[in-house]
Design a protein around this ligand. Structure first.
Ligand code: ZN
Length: 493
């Protein structure tokens, strides 16, 4: 779909033609060789192809996810980088086995549906209830529904999802809608799909594993039809049949690769991307492409025989989709060495161009970051964003006071395919992914070498960050606020 080749000449020339603003001459050579290697021919796309096409969609807790862990370990070992699987606790198992629905009553039809993560199952014969027009799910809409919401499936209209802003809005609105729906006593909640052409996807319900209701996404066109019928005065019902595999806590695994530092091996600079995905598609944009990128950066550093000053850790997270649980688990397992985690970098926005980094409320990271970006300046411009971002694996590092970056990427085709059946290998912009690998490598290598004039933040500084930014709103929309407020997540005083 997009040009896979043809970047070698152009990009390499571009990169090698850059004047570097690097420090010692020997290191400038290192990073330029690394960047040039990454924009050349590497096994990046073959890795991505095997992960997406052969391993497939890989929700944590399922058999494909276990194969993905093996895939990651095998990749690191094949390139000669030391790697291990590290266990963490997943609080609850949830996998969809099947989801079906039939609109009943005045008109009958069978829309395609997907169960939302942590939806409850229905009785095997299905659950039938009246279907109500939930409008946009606003307070006014629930007022209008009044007692008729009780015991009904409420169908909520969604605007079409176009970009990342829309995605964040979708999450925060869903949290508010669910807050209104459950006290109203609904039997279940049905969201109109936000993607046209009957495309299905899975979104987390705001209550995560604490959810106690059937939750569905219904293909957009059928949901619009149902709403038109309801608004024309027809009486409809919905029979939903949801079968899930669910259970209590179990062990998930992160894959951790490492290249030991030559001078400061006890200090850690981390580059990570989550390995898990939802399972309607094959998790290419979210986030197989960046998992493959992390491996490719480790591979080229090792292949060039580069010895970093600090230890570089390359982590493929699991349990991200259920609430960044693998990275949370890592911060617990590695609590004793978090002071020595000098900075972590996360990639999780598909293969759109990296146009800078979120510094997550830490303006002091900028000078070192911008120096690290010097050798790839030709792939910019790069603009850093100071506001913190919630929704990926920097989260627990941020709440633990560890300096953390998230690559800020052009949303490109990320949002329309997000968590959807269409998130497959062909959607990845191969040319840009290579360039992003070069950018990620320059950052992780540069930060591994540089003087880093910051320390881990204490509880008071983290609290101040939460207070002075919009972090609380973001945390609430991802169902994360409670665990911060009750002290179960985040740095202790
Ligand atoms: Zn992701």
């Amino acid at each position: 779909m997009r040009p896979a080749n043809g970047i070698r000449g152009g990009a390499t020339t571009l990169l090698l033609g850059l004047a570097t603003v690097w420090g010692p001459a020997a290191q400038a050579g290192d990073v330029e060789r690394l960047v040039a290697a990454l924009v050349g021919e590497t096994p990046l796309f073959e890795d991505l192809r095997t992960l997406t096409d052969e391993v497939g969609g890989r929700p944590t807790g399922g058999a494909a996810n276990a194969r993905a862990v093996e895939w990651g370990l095998a990749r690191f070992r094949a390139i000669g980088v030391e790697a291990r699987a590290e266990a963490f606790t997943m609080p609850a198992r949830w996998l969809e086995r099947s989801a079906r629905a039939t609109v009943t009553g005045a008109v009958t039809f069978t829309p395609q549906v997907a169960a939302m993560p942590f939806s409850t199952a229905t009785p095997p014969g299905g659950l039938e209830a009246p279907l109500r027009d939930g409008g946009a799910g606003s307070a006014k809409d629930f007022e209008r529904l009044g007692a008729t919401a009780k015991g009904a499936f409420v169908l909520v209209e969604m605007p079409e999802l176009l970009d990342l802003d829309g995605l964040f809005k979708e999450y925060s609105e869903a949290a508010a809608i669910e807050k209104r729906a459950f006290p109203a006593g609904v039997a279940g909640l049905v969201y109109m799909g936000s993607r046209p052409r009957t495309l299905l996807y899975r979104h987390n319900a705001s209550r995560g594993e604490r959810n106690q209701h059937p939750m569905l996404v219904m293909e957009r066109e059928a949901a619009e039809r149902a709403l038109r019928l309801l608004r024309a005065g027809k009486s409809l019902g919905l029979r939903a049949q949801i079968d899930v595999e669910s259970g209590g806590p179990y062990e998930g695994q992160n894959v951790v690769g490492e290249i030991r530092g030559a001078e400061k091996p006890e200090e850690i600079v981390l580059l990570g991307a989550h390995l898990d995905s939802w399972d309607l598609g094959t998790g290419a944009l979210d986030n197989g492409c960046n998992a493959a990128l992390v491996i490719d950066v480790a591979r080229q550093i090792h292949a060039l025989g580069l010895r970093p000053r600090r230890t570089l850790r390359f982590v493929l997270w699991n349990g991200e989709e259920q609430g960044m649980l693998g990275s949370w688990g890592y911060t617990k397992t590695h609590a004793a060495e978090l002071d020595r985690h000098r900075i972590t970098t996360t990639l999780d926005i598909g293969s759109g161009r990296i146009n800078g980094f979120f510094t997550n409320g830490r303006p002091e990271l900028r000078p070192a970051l911008e120096r690290a970006l010097g050798p790839v300046q030709g792939l910019g411009p790069f603009t850093q964003v100071e506001e913190p971002i919630v929704g990926t694996d920097n989260y627990d590092f941020m709440l633990q006071g560890v300096a953390n970056l998230v690559a800020n990427q052009e949303s490109a085709n990320y949002a329309p395919n997000y968590h959807a059946r269409s998130d497959t290998f062909d959607k990845v912009d191969q040319r840009q992914l290579r360039l992003n690998a070069a950018i990620g490598a320059a950052v992780v290598w540069g930060l591994g070498e540089a003087e880093l004039p910051w320390a881990r933040q204490g509880r008071a500084e983290i609290e101040a960050l939460v207070e002075k930014t919009n972090l609380k709103d973001q945390m609430a929309s991802f169902g994360l606020l409670e665990s911060w407020l009750d002290g179960s997540r985040g740095r202790r005083p």
